[in-house]
Design a protein around this ligand. Structure first.
Ligand SMILES: [Zn+2]
Length: 356
């Protein structure tokens, strides 16, 4: 079996703005000494509080601080068979109002393109933020000169997926069979850091009515990547190959298990979209770090319409610990069985990524 991991990241700390994580952690953890102090603090001074999140941040930064995307990539690739293909998604985080990014986006793209050439097993994806000037030109440069193979959309950092400035890029992808992966989970720690007022302005035009009562900025930013906002793009570009990542998210899977009739569950929305539209897919990245959710995935995949639309991906290194990457590479495969796993890790990805 040829293995495809359709969703990982290798961007570095220098591609991330300083206030990307809370408490200036990016700045503090960028230095080895800062990292030691923070982890010591976590371990000995606040062992009885819920420091899981901080611990994850610390691990996140400790991977991002590595000296090249090649080194970060190697940390993931070691867990997969030698000829595995990886879709690596770049990130343009310059416009999320979280401070300055250390190097230019173009430099990040060129480093990834070089890595793709030397390894021969990477499909690089260009992240388009419509606020970047000349975004279409940079996108074309990435595809035509650097050999990028796909498009990534990450609306939680402050744009709607059907922003008309993206139309020329979508049209290009549609006519050239270029796949698109869009972020699809709520309450992410990566979100637009501007004011509440700015968020509401940016959300104007959202297909989903905005409920502001009792909602933090982080929660409000979830609306940007609401599946029904994605449906607008799907309707406008019906031939576009479109993957709504994370299959509705771990949050909504848990909610579905406990309360299957709760309204506005993203798992249900995504399930409908991938069944209804020919070119719409989802992936199990991040969400399947939770083994408790394996049985529901297996049951959902009994539906043949769903089974041909699920892609294997891990979302390295967003939640990563070594154990987590193994959950994806080994545990999920063993649980689903070879036949079902082959569909999500080989057959469907070949259709989505390579038009085979
Ligand atoms: Zn991701």
């Amino acid at each position: 079996m040829k293995f495809y991991n359709c969703h990982i990241h290798t961007f570095r700390n220098i591609d991330v703005p300083d206030r990307f994580l809370p408490f200036s952690l990016v700045r503090v953890l960028r230095y080895a000494l800062g990292y030691k102090i923070v982890t010591w603090f976590l371990k000995y001074l606040i062992p009885f509080t819920d420091n899981d999140l901080l611990d994850r941040y610390a691990r996140f930064v400790s991977i991002g601080v590595k000296s090249s995307q090649a080194e970060i990539f190697a940390g993931c690739a070691q867990f997969y068979p030698k000829d595995t293909m990886f879709a690596v998604l770049a990130m343009d985080l310059a416009y999320m109002k979280a401070g300055k990014v250390k190097r230019t986006y173009k430099e990040q793209l060129e480093e990834l393109a070089n890595l793709s050439k030397t390894t021969g097993c990477i499909s690089p994806f260009f992240h388009a933020d419509p606020r970047r000037e000349n975004c279409f030109e940079l996108f074309k440069y990435a595809i035509e000169e650097l050999g990028f193979k796909g498009l990534k959309i990450y609306p939680n950092i402050g744009y709607l997926p059907f922003d008309e400035r993206l139309n020329s890029i979508y049209a290009y992808c549609q006519s050239n069979g270029i796949p698109v992966i869009v972020h699809g989970s709520p309450r992410n720690s990566v979100y637009f850091r501007g004011s509440n007022k700015e968020i509401l302005q940016l959300l104007e035009g959202s297909v989903v009515p905005i409920e502001t009562k009792g909602k933090s900025n982080k929660e409000l930013c979830s609306y940007f990547s609401h599946p029904l906002n994605y449906e607008q793009v799907i309707k406008s570009f019906p031939q576009l190959k479109y993957c709504i990542a994370h299959f509705g998210s771990e949050h909504y899977w848990r909610e579905f298990i406990q309360n299957p009739c709760s309204p506005d569950n993203w798992l249900i929305h995504v399930q409908r979209l991938i069944s209804e539209y020919n070119n719409v897919y989802t992936d199990v990245s991040f969400t399947m770090n939770n083994r408790d959710l394996f049985p529901l995935l297996k049951i959902l995949m009994n539906d043949p319409l769903i089974r041909q639309k699920v892609l294997f991906g891990s979302d390295y290194y967003m939640v990563e610990t070594i154990a987590n990457e193994r959950v994806f590479g080994l545990d999920l495969r063993a649980f689903l069985g070879e036949e079902m796993f082959r569909d999500i890790a080989e057959v469907n990805p070949q259709r989505f990524l390579l038009n085979i």
